[in-house]
Design a protein. Structure first.
Length: 124
């Protein structure tokens, strides 16, 4: 089972995505911030396959760099708010925008996107 760590201060989004991924057979670990995510990973003593995070959150680049030191195969999905501009983001493998509506259709798109990232990762 692939494990996805989701970090975002928008807990509605975090838990919605966690539920969607869980329904798709992925293990989702929700966190509202980096300290909570660090404590969770330390407590569970596990590696993750994918990190879903807004790359513009304060401390995101350092968190990703630290996590990649211990987990070099980690993939990072950068999630942007609707008003954030896409620019050169060095710490994310793929960038997407948060859905405007959290419904079944949006959930299916997210699952497909995440499965494609994981398949590319493990096929390489």
């Amino acid at each position: 089972m692939k494990t996805v760590l989701i970090i975002d201060p928008d807990l509605g989004f975090v838990f919605w995505l966690g539920r969607v991924l869980g329904d798709a057979g992925l293990q989702a670990l929700p966190a509202k911030g980096f300290s909570e995510a660090t404590a969770l990973l330390s407590q569970l003593h596990m590696e993750i396959d994918l990190l879903v995070v807004n790359p513009f959150l304060a401390g995101a680049a350092g968190f990703v760099d630290t996590l990649r030191c211990s987990q070099p195969n980690l993939k990072v999905l950068g999630v942007l708010e609707k008003e954030q501009q896409v620019g050169p983001i060095q710490n994310a493998d793929t960038i997407v925008r948060k859905p405007l509506q959290v419904d079944r259709f949006a959930g299916a798109l997210w699952v497909r996107t995440i499965e494609q990232i994981l398949v590319r990762h493990f096929a390489a």
